[in-house]
Design a protein around this ligand. Sequence first.
Ligand code: HAM
Length: 415
Amino acid sequence: MGNFIKLRGMRDILPEEIKIWKKIENTFIEISELFGFEEIRIPILESKALFEKGIGTDTDIVMKEMYEFKDKKGREVALRPEGTASVVRSYIENKIYEKKKISRFYYLGPMFRYDRPQKGRYRQFYQFGVESFGGRSPYFDGEIILILNIVLEKLGIEKFVFLINSLGCKKCKNEYVKNIKNYFKEKFDKFCEDCQIRIERNPLRVFDCKNNMCKYVIKEAPTIFDFLCDDCKKHFDILTSFLKKFNVNFEIDPKLVRGLDYYTKTVFEVFSGDLNIAIAGGGRYDNLVKEMGGPDIPAVGFAAGIDRMISLLNVEEIEKDEVIYCIFLGEKARIKGFEMMKELVDNKIKIECDYEDRSIGEHLRIADKNGKKWCLILGENEIEKGVVILKNMVSGYQEEINEKEIIKVIKEKIK
Ligand code: HAM
């Protein structure tokens, strides 16, 4: 170990892990783009006030988990703990609503939360997410849930379930909050100190508490369903019928409130297998654009935790590297071989080469150890015969290929 080690809750993602990260990212990008979402890149650093306004000052994220500091000019800034507040800021600041009635964005990147590090919980973690602006119809909610469902299925994540709830519109949410506040007040002494403050300031946040006693009282609390107005009920029913039609595995969880303040109507989280923390979460936030100074425009979105998804994937199953590992024996072969490699690269075939002088045995051992599937071998004999050897490292089978046919043969093998 050198003189420096990484900070607590941070981690390196090394080249051997990148393949699986890229698989997740590329699958998400492919599906989002097929559904008409466009990439947006937002800053990692924003004003602290943006997240206070966007996520809510009483949330754990803002109260306990923000990486916040003063910059050289004394401005209060924060590393983004999530993407939604920034996308909304950008949407308003760039007046995107003037150009399009419906805008669909996707984003990927690191987020920062000063949480207690443990399995599946990092201080720098990675999300991919979508935000869809301008649509009030429940089909917009259905669309993003379907995108996430397709991505998770395509990645082979097993036994995942969407927990779904509605928090109602401003009117029914307010009614519910009033009611739940009274209910919690009756049981005030049973709550932890934090929750006693939450009951006064923001009663819905009591639902985030991990304390067993609080959890017990919450279990018995009234649910939002008794307070939903007709419009919110209809929204929820259309959405659940849609999910059934598309075979999305979901359960209704009337106690799901999510840990961020901006939600209205639909909220959801995704759980899978043994992991008892969510791999994704999202919902509708019809008032946030207006609350942040923009026009009255509804929106819905989700974000998924890539780090958590990685821990659920079978890395062994991701195919071996299709790179062509080139072995050139001697100076003449290196020169001739380089021309060959250039041709491979021109044809979008990935190559890798170790130019050091080693025996063929040593080269093959290195290729095998590094998980390479194909070796292209060129020595003086092969140059004289106008051929090259292609060796499959998995089966051990090798064949001589005419040097003029290399591209054609390799393309057939690795397609
Ligand atoms: P969130 O539920 O706070 O929602 O985060 C989404 C996902 O990010 C979580 O389900 C989890 O997989 C991952 N995640 C959160 N914290 C950590 C952590 N400390 N370590 C590893 N992974 C973590 C949001 O961020 C909202 N912006 C989602 C959204 C978008 N709602 C509407 N649009």
